[in-house]
Design a protein around this ligand. Structure first.
Ligand code: LLP
Length: 445
């Protein structure tokens, strides 16, 4: 058993995630495994995902949904946050559903043996090929974004002689206080039907008269990395208002309401997000009282958390190459990855905590810029980051990278995408292989 010194215990406080620790060698651990050993065994850059954290997050959501909606609530993990066969298998084994947004995410789920009736298929511009595939593999819901899509789907369904269940993506007109790029609920958004212009209601009218699709639900997703509860509560109320309007005016009962994802997580030590149970509790109270007030049957409630399940489970490991001190300006610590595997800083200025994994029991005495190896000045993991004194050969761990890093990674500069390793109570296994040089040219003619 590892005995932690008081100093080590003190160090644990600086970590954003509870599954991280420090062992007797002063090395950072994840899921009970020495991260320096992981870097050595699998190479760097390396994505590491802790299976126990994923499972425990899924269960927290699942149990809260069961509790607060009396068994009439479902969790659909948003696979855009992090998808691979192993992730789909884990979600399936927990009994939860999936949100997929492309034929590639659907295909991954199919190949993982995912129960496709628990999948919601999204997208603001689905192709015919995607719609056909979604029908063929039997997804539970197709979340229709616009009228041309509804009409195409109606035609495809007629040709195939099936009647898929659909939901409508609605823009509830709620301002979620988050980064502009990840806001989606406001009227100026490419996603869904607008509520306040009457567009949504008109579209519902058309859908209920369709012969080959069955409208079974409404959907909204107001944005991502949201720390306030209020916008979620407001969105739920607005959506229930629309359900009531549909019932009163069209005599049509909407059986399902999907409230999307977007729950904020702790990226920095100073972040103090509301535990997601609290969001769910507050939203469920609003749903219950609003249903009673509007005299509607409480619909089945779905949620689609992505980041809050995957992000806290992951870290990325890099090896330090050059250290460059520019007097009175800054110190650059260059690592063997960058924007190709960690694109969120250059995209959104998103900040992370980092630790020198092989010096995890030391104080973070410096403030540095961690730079990637791409040919681009903006290719940074972060600026002004507290870090132990890092030198060539050290291993840096960037925390809470489990969502929207691997899934948004690229081959910029023809870099090979890193491997993904899963750890589970002291064991590690490869889930996605590191790309080879031949992978880099595999589609080149
Ligand atoms: N449902 C829908 C319809 C969505 O569009 C999204 C995220 C989710 C659920 C999951 O949201 P989450 O729980 O993960 O916040 N690349 C950005 C985030 C984009 C989110 C896109 N939609 C980032 O790295 O911050």
């Amino acid at each position: 058993m590892t005995l932690l010194t008081n100093k080590m215990k003190g160090m644990l406080k600086m970590f954003v995630s509870e599954n991280l620790g420090v062992n007797e060698n002063g090395h950072l651990t994840i899921g009970g495994i020495d991260t320096v050993d992981l870097a050595q065994e699998y190479g760097t850059p390396l994505y590491v995902m802790d299976e126990q954290v994923i499972r425990s997050n899924l269960r927290r959501f699942h149990e809260s949904m069961q509790k607060y909606y009396d068994g009439k609530g479902e969790v659909h993990y948003a696979s855009k946050a992090f998808s691979c066969l192993e992730m789909c298998r884990i979600v399936a084994s927990e009994g939860d559903g999936l949100d997929a947004v492309s034929i590639g995410e659907l295909y991954t789920a199919v190949k993982a043996g995912f129960p496709m009736e628990k999948v919601g298929f999204h997208g603001n511009n689905k192709t015919d090929e995607e719609l056909e595939y979604a029908i063929e593999v039997g997804v539970g819901h197709i979340i229709v974004d616009n009228l041309p899509e509804l009409r195409r789907l109606e035609k495809i369904a007629a040709e195939k002689g099936v009647k898929p269940h659909i939901m409508f993506r609605i823009k509830p007109g709620i301002d979620a206080h988050t980064h502009d790029f990840v806001k989606t609920g406001q009227i100026d958004s490419k996603f869904g039907f607008a509520l306040e212009t009457g567009e949504a209601f008109e579209a519902v009218k058309e859908a209920v008269s369709c012969e080959n699709v069955k409208l079974v639900g409404l959907h909204c997703h107001i944005g991502s990395q949201i720390f306030d509860i209020d916008p979620f509560v407001e969105a739920a109320k607005v959506m229930l208002g629309l359900i009531a309007k549909i019932k009163d005016n069209l005599g049509y009962e909407i059986a399902g309401l999907n409230l999307g994802g977007g729950f904020g997580i702790k990226y920095l030590n100073e972040h103090d997000p509301v535990p997601f149970e609290k969001y769910l509790e507050k939203v469920s109270e609003a749903v219950k009282s609003e249903c009673a007030r509007l005299n509607i049957t409480q619909p089945m409630i779905y949620i689609e958390p992505g980041r809050s399940i995957a992000a806290p489970a992951g870290i990325t490991l890099y090896k330090v190459g050059a250290r460059k001190e520019i007097p009175n300006i800054r110190t650059y610590i260059s690592v063997d990855g960058g924007m190709a595997d960690s694109p969120r800083y250059i995209l959104y200025g998103s900040e992370y905590e980092a630790i020198v994994a092989n010096k995890a029991n030391e104080e973070r005495t410096e403030k540095v810029t961690i730079a990637g190896k791409c040919c681009e000045s903006g290719d940074l993991i972060g600026e002004n980051m507290p870090l132990q004194h890092a030198e060539s050969g050290d291993i840096i761990a960037v925390c809470a990278t489990g969502a929207y890093n691997y899934s948004m990674s690229s081959n910029y500069n023809r870099l090979q995408k890193p491997a993904v390793v899963f750890v589970n109570n002291g064991q590690s296994r490869i889930a996605v292989k590191r790309e080879t040089l031949d992978d880099i040219i595999r589609n080149d003619i």
